[in-house]
Design a protein around this ligand. Structure first.
Ligand SMILES: [Zn+2]
Ligand SMILES: [Zn+2]
Length: 334
């Protein structure tokens, strides 16, 4: 009897693990198509309305504020905090960053983290979920195909999207706060679209205002955050400078450094994955680092990990920061 119960338990565990590893029902495929292609439709609608004079400072403000909030949710939250444990923070910051990052509509938190850790584990090698180089055919067509795969094509490739969160993110699965944020992902997505629509509707007291708020603070903003984040995967593994020998094709790219709120200093990041600071010199502008610095001053971020700027200490620092980076199964205490 005990044996039967144990077997039943094991079977349930194995099935659950499989479900986590393979969220590939038809519904998920449809959702993925909507997530990738609905924002461009919103951009076209916003452009047509703009042509007709439907725009103003309110909508521009909603776009910029929502871009920064959800963009930092990804760069500071999903990436530097949840994936790499670049600093520690209390529950309010954990929830805030988790919810804001979810509003960027780039997938649920645990899947995002597991996929990105896999990217670091196999960067530009066979198992990398979104390398522009793996399997690339020669010539310009091969290059374009590789870049398209790294940018957004990988969403439609089950080998790329199937990442076992038990293997790559056991620390997050063990944290009930993170599980709650992760499970409520659809709610955060809807809120991220409804909040700007409601603000614009309340300010203008018109349905047209609500629609424009939905478009600019919602879909157009999601479109921008998506393509800037995805450009880090494609462009920042292709064009730019290399300050560190990282064994992959990661690059520091100035334009993506600015647009990506500091994430474009991607070669630095691959050299020092746990560092909360990616732009390592004053010339390498890193808005996400500036916010983390402010959070540290306010006591909202503690135990902040920082790679020293490239110098004679460079080699030593690489070994220090790398040694704390993502050991499988290691819990990131917060
Ligand atoms: Zn990378
Ligand atoms: Zn990373």
């Amino acid at each position: 009897m005990r044996g039967e119960i144990a077997n039943d338990h094991e079977l349930k565990g194995a099935t659950n693990a499989l479900r986590r590893a393979r969220p590939h029902t038809l519904l998920w495929r449809l959702i993925r198509i909507v997530v990738v292609f609905l924002p461009p439709v919103g951009v076209i609608a916003a452009m047509i309305l703009l042509w007709g004079g439907y725009f103003g400072p309110l909508y521009l403000t909603l776009f910029v504020v929502m871009y920064l909030l959800t963009g930092f949710g990804i760069t500071i939250g999903f990436h530097r905090f949840f994936t790499h444990g670049g600093f520690k923070a209390g529950p309010v910051i954990v929830y805030t960053l988790g919810i804001l990052g979810s509003m960027a509509v780039e997938g649920n938190l645990i899947w995002w983290v597991a996929t990105h850790r896999r990217h670091h584990r196999y960067s530009d090698k066979e198992m990398d979920p979104h390398s522009p180089h793996v399997g690339r055919k020669p010539g310009i067509l091969g290059t374009i195909k590789g870049l398209l795969h790294a940018h957004m094509g990988w969403f439609f490739n089950s080998d790329s999207t199937r990442t076992d969160s038990q293997r790559y993110a056991p620390d997050l699965l063990a944290d009930p706060r993170i599980m709650a944020i992760d499970r409520l992902f659809p709610l955060w997505v809807v809120l991220g679209l409804l909040v700007p629509a409601s603000i614009a509707g309340a300010v203008t007291r018109t349905w047209t205002g609500a629609l424009l708020g939905f478009l600019w603070g919602g879909l157009v903003r999601v479109f921008m955050v998506h393509h800037v984040t995805w450009s880090v995967n494609s462009i920042c593994h292709f064009w730019g400078s290399r300050n560190h020998e990282t064994g992959d094709e990661s690059r520091n790219n100035f334009l993506m450094g600015i647009l990506g709120l500091g994430e474009g200093w991607h070669n630095n990041h691959h050299a020092f994955p746990s560092s909360a600071r990616h732009g390592l010199t004053w010339r390498q502008i890193d808005p996400s680092w500036m916010v983390i610095l402010m959070m540290r001053q306010l006591g909202l971020a503690t135990a902040v990990k920082i790679a020293t700027p490239p110098s004679s200490h460079d080699h030593k620092c690489t070994s220090i920061v790398r040694s704390v980076h993502m050991r499988p199964g290691k819990s990131l205490s917060r």
